[in-house]
Write a protein that binds this ligand. Structure first.
Ligand code: TXA
Ligand code: MG
Length: 337
């Protein structure tokens, strides 16, 4: 299959929408990361997403809608709190897990009786959902396990020959995937995956916001998890990632002992001038770190890095999302000093 690259002209968005309507898989830009989209009701198209990514069949896909008011068409009940959250955060980087109805096939939900609903704010994604007239199932557009793509070029690298088209909508704003939440009660939600909609932001609308322990801790094999994505290895470049939680001086003493061919470092902007090692920088605050992390992990692979020592980000605000992705990329290998 030849993968065509489309741009954000109305004509190309119509082509992308037609491809989706006709059962094809298309790489799509969103404000978080790029997704691999197909008609969520078309079982063969959804299966083709799993095949293109090499994704385990029990890991459910998020369904993207043009407006949260459409969620009633695909769910059996929606708590009042979900509407309040939608009013505040939709469109945007929030996914709400709700009980699904029969219009969402089991392949799409990975065999679960729930579905993650998200209303993306990226104008290109929004327009393609409108033009296609179908809810679009879309996981991140990377090969399963690899860092998520934040540019059309990344998607092309991973998906060339595997999908019908990729739409170039520029670099993703946030750079980390949406916040995924479920509802514990009428006034309480649980964060299953941290993102740009932070715990503090959710607390403006909910009485109680629980951070699922699996966000920061490795789940034991065979344990029951609230979200299937928690059990899989994720976000890992080819290089070995080692997270170092310390000040810059201690970081350097760790790297010093291990420094050899193929060893790289990923540091903060302010460290660069005093970093004697092969290095890349991923910004100076949490928002920049989110924006750049996956891109840097891909670039380090291109440089041929075998081992990367990473200065651990602050886990505050959107930083929790960055920390969560990195600790998984590192296979929970963290040096704390
Ligand atoms: O920002 C995003 O969410 C991006 C863009 C493309 O929208 N999508 C994305 O999808 O990150 P994916 O499939 O790579 O990650 C979805 C995560 C997985 O960890 C999955 O297990 C979880 O959300 N998830 C999806 N549906 C769920 C459900 N019904 N119950 C629990 N977890 C769910
Ligand atoms: Mg993903």
């Amino acid at each position: 299959m030849d993968t065509i690259l489309l741009n954000d002209s109305e004509n190309d968005l119509l082509k992308a929408a037609d491809l989706i309507k006709n059962g094809n898989v298309v790489g799509l830009p969103t404000e978080t990361v790029y997704g691999l989209g197909a008609d969520s009701a078309n079982e063969n198209a959804v299966r083709a997403i799993f095949t293109a990514k090499g994704r385990p069949a029990d890991n459910p896909l998020i369904v993207h809608l043009a407006d949260f008011s459409d969620a009633v068409k695909y769910t059996t009940s929606i708590p009042e709190l979900a509407y309040k959250l939608a009013e505040r955060f939709c469109p945007g980087p929030l996914t709400m897990v709700l009980p699904k109805n029969d219009r969402i096939p089991m392949v799409t939900s990975g065999g679960l009786d729930t579905v993650g609903i998200r209303v993306p704010s990226h104008p290109v994604m929004h327009r393609i959902i409108e033009l296609s007239g179908c809810p679009i199932a879309a996981p991140s557009a990377n090969i399963s396990g690899y860092p998520s793509p934040t540019t059309a070029e990344h998607v092309m690298r991973d998906m060339q020959g595997r999908v019908a088209a990729v739409v170039n909508g520029g670099q993703s704003d946030f750079g980390v995937e949406s916040t995924v939440i479920s509802f514990d009660s009428d006034s309480s939600v649980r964060i299953l995956r941290p993102g740009a909609v932070t715990q503090e932001m959710l607390l403006e609308v909910c009485d109680n916001v629980v951070i699922d322990p699996a966000i920061l801790h490795e789940v034991e094999e065979g344990a029951t998890v609230a979200s299937p994505g928690m059990k899989y290895k994720h976000y890992s470049p080819k290089a070995d990632i080692i997270m170092v939680e310390s000040d810059f001086e201690s970081f350097k003493s760790v790297v010093d002992k291990a420094y050899s061919d193929g060893v790289y470092t990923l540091v903060f902007d302010g460290d660069e001038a005093n970093c004697p090692y092969r290095h890349m920088s991923y910004g100076s605050d949490s928002l920049q770190q989110a924006h750049l992390l996956f891109q840097r992990l891909r670039e380090l692979d291109e440089l041929g890095a075998k081992k990367v020592y990473v200065r651990a980000p602050s886990p505050e605000g959107i930083g929790l999302a960055v920390y969560n992705r990195l600790i998984r990329a590192a296979g929970f290998e963290v040096i704390r000093i």
